[in-house]
Design a binder for this molecule. Sequence first.
Ligand SMILES: Cc1cc2nc3c(=O)[nH]c(=O)nc-3n(C[C@H](O)[C@H](O)[C@H](O)COP(=O)(O)O)c2cc1C
Length: 194
Amino acid sequence: MTKKVLIINASPRKKGNIAQMVAEMTSEADARGAEVEVIEVQRLHVKPCVACMQCRAKGFCALPEDDAQRVLQLIKDCEAMVIAAPCYWGNIPGTLKLLFDRIVYGMMDESPRNFPLPLHKGKRCVLVSTSTTPWPLNILMHQSRGAIRAMKEICRYSGFKVVATIEKGGTRHNTTLAEREKNRCRKAVRKLLK
Ligand SMILES: Cc1cc2nc3c(=O)[nH]c(=O)nc-3n(C[C@H](O)[C@H](O)[C@H](O)COP(=O)(O)O)c2cc1C
């Protein structure tokens, strides 16, 4: 059966490392017969969550419909997902955080005693991040690793199983992907489609 893969690209840079990794992953997924949809977070119109908490009880967002609901539908429809985000302040970009803040209700539910109930169990996910901080400090100082940690939090509570993570530090001086980095991207997609 054709797998639907959703790739969420949270980098606004069209030729940056994230964009190159996304291109590599898209072509591998295409080549393996998957149905791929790429979302550019930069182009979305998403109002910030107002924390009214109505969605927790009602199961839908009280704000007027915008791209947050559209992306949530794509997440519901996909079988596998890639989230690719550069490290900003040791974390994910605000635009991506804003998006996931708005769709909590479609990612996890809560038991009557307020325990999280993941809504996407059985789906696979690959996480990608970049930072100017070079290796190994990008990991040790929680730079790209900080962004990965934040994305893992979303995956854990929504039930997505993280099958691979890719981090690249030192991007100021390494602006294009090395062959082994392209291979890592392709290998991660193969794990995603298993
Ligand atoms: C607002 C902002 C905050 C950033 N914060 C960090 C940071 O905390 N640590 C870091 O190593 N790099 C930081 N960077 C650099 C980006 O992580 C780096 O340029 C990354 O490689 C961009 O990836 P891309 O070209 O694939 O979009 C920041 C960049 C921006 C624009």
